[in-house]
Design a protein around this ligand. Structure first.
Ligand code: CA
Length: 533
């Protein structure tokens, strides 16, 4: 797939450049007042969460997009494949058709949109924003960091992104009912945490007479890898499991997964695994099922590092409370290690690589940008975060409040995606208030604990704009390198590979697979990022 991408970029050079200028300057042939009032078709190819299109599962336009279309005088035609699994791959497929629709986007689409834009497949948006998108313009003025993350060295912006809100994301959670039962304190050091995990393992806190407790677990194996941060190593550069190039305290970028700190941390993680402290099924367990299985179904899980709102909600899970009314899962801060303060690596990013851009084929770029702009208007902000008034929310003292049917839906996000198109990862600004409304007390406590203690002491790798050559380099190496690293790290944790013996050859192999080349493109993109305004 990566090779196809490179070939397609090359093929598109001549085909797109010409259309580009003409459309970017507006629509000379459609400038009359009469034309402006006519309802225009907008063909949109978009996937949210790698699967949802702008239509519901019956092929009907979702209410939020229906509202947006009415308000901006357009007719939306959703062109994305309704059964697709990966928006990145869908975009690459669309490149073969030279992006015939008006708007394209999806998860992790930024690298692709920017790479194809270099060939003229997407039009620059900054002038359109200045002239026709007052709400986006205002947003960029309020959030110059977001604007900067989107602007190329040439000063072009090609995508309107999903901008998350709220800082605290994943936090550590521990079974405080188990602590109480075993007469233990909330751990403040990693050394104490180890003792607690061993006690969970050995002392039967779930009281079933078996040593079946899983002291430390996560919903995704990539999150188990982040256990290394307890031992002082950095793992991910930002809120993405594929972002393995990390900014150190001295503003230098390095490959975290080949660093000496990483090795030393994984010697400890492997030791924990051998002690039986880490979920033995962390590789084979179906992703995103660990919390449901180990908390709700089996009452065996002790400590996890997961998203606070969804994790805290287990405190109110009826299945759990019926079996164990004492169940209590509460947040604790990253513990210190060898006298050095702990840190929390994970938080929400300033801007996500998800969003949408306008194709060179767009017949009316002004109508397209006006449609995108609506989501940043007061009305659009409420719709994209809360849905439809009188249905998914009501206004209370001027503020949107979710209705019972949303709050009682169990899986709030999924309910919103599927029934409204709300919280879709289109170009929009999230309002954390949406999540707060369904965050239970223990989740709100977790947020406050982390916000007050502020363990976010490590720099974040910014979302960088790769140019065409850098994108090609990334595409050439990243996939094979990450696949190799994934296999080796899993093996280092489980003891299948002996980290002390095999680390050096692992690093050599990573370099052969392009780890240094990848750091190189990050460094050049980061230099441009720092020098741009
Ligand atoms: Ca037990």
């Amino acid at each position: 797939m990566k090779l196809i991408l490179i070939i397609l970029i090359t093929l598109m050079v001549t085909s797109c450049k010409n259309n580009n200028q003409q459309n970017a300057n507006g629509t000379s042939e459609q400038n009359t007042q009469v034309e402006d009032n006519k309802i225009k078709d907008l063909r949109i190819h978009y996937h949210s969460n790698n699967k949802y299109t702008l239509n519901d599962k019956n092929g009907v336009l979702l209410p939020v997009f229906k509202l947006a279309a009415e308000k901006t005088n357009v007719n939306i035609i959703s062109t994305a494949n309704p059964v697709a699994q990966k928006s990145e791959e869908e975009l690459i497929l669309q490149a073969a058709n030279k992006f015939p629709d008006d708007i394209y986007g999806g998860n992790n689409s930024k690298k692709h949109i920017y790479a194809y834009a270099e060939e003229g497949a997407f039009i620059p948006l900054q002038d359109l924003v200045d002239e026709h998108a007052p709400n986006i313009k205002k947003f960029f003025e309020e959030r110059p960091d977001v604007k900067k993350a989107l602007t190329t060295a040439e000063g072009d912006i090609y995508m309107i992104p999903y901008v998350p809100d709220g800082g605290v994301a994943r936090t550590y959670f521990i079974r405080t009912d188990w602590l109480k039962k075993l007469n233990l304190e909330v751990p403040k050091t990693v050394e104490d945490l180890e003792k607690v995990l061993i006690a969970f393992r050995e002392q039967d806190p779930n009281g079933n007479g078996q040593k079946d407790e899983i002291p430390l677990f996560n919903d995704k194996w990539e999150e188990i890898v982040r256990t290394a941060t307890l031992f002082g190593a950095r793992v991910y550069g930002n809120d993405s499991f594929s972002e393995r190039v990390v900014l150190d305290d001295n503003d230098n970028l390095y490959h975290a997964w080949t660093h000496e700190d990483f090795k030393n941390a994984f010697i400890e993680v492997a030791r924990w695994y051998k002690l039986g402290l880490i979920d033995p099924e962390f590789v084979t367990r179906k992703q995103n099922t660990a919390r449901q299985t180990l908390l709700a179904k089996e009452d065996r899980g002790g400590v996890t590092h997961e998203w606070l709102a969804s994790t805290a909600s287990y405190n109110y899970n009826e299945e759990i409370l019926k079996a164990n009314p004492d169940f209590k899962l509460e947040a604790f801060l990253p513990p210190s290690y060898k006298g050095v303060d702990g840190f929390e690596e994970h938080r929400r990013t300033q801007v996500k690589p998800d969003g949408w851009g306008i194709s060179h084929s767009a017949k009316d770029p002004v109508a397209a940008i006006k449609f995108m702009d609506w989501f940043f208007s007061e009305e659009g902000k409420i719709a994209s975060n809360f849905g439809i008034e009188g249905d998914s929310y009501t206004l209370v003292d001027g503020k949107p409040v979710f209705t019972e049917k949303v709050l009682k839906s169990g899986t709030v996000n999924q309910f919103l995606y599927e029934n409204y198109g709300t919280q879709y990862m289109i170009g929009y600004a999230q309002n954390y208030e949406y999540e707060k409304q369904w965050t239970v007390k223990e989740g709100q406590d977790a947020y406050k604990l982390y916000e007050d203690a502020d363990p976010y002491t490590k720099p974040y790798t910014p979302i960088l704009n790769f140019n065409k050559e850098e994108t090609a380099t990334y595409a050439k190496y990243a996939s094979a390198l990450h696949t190799y690293q994934d296999e080796m790290i899993q093996g280092f944790i489980t003891g299948k590979f002996d980290i002390t013996k095999e680390w050096d050859s692992y690093v050599v192999k990573c370099k052969e697979l392009g780890s240094e080349e990848i750091v190189g493109i990050y460094k050049s993109a980061y230099e441009r990022y720092k020098s741009s305004n």
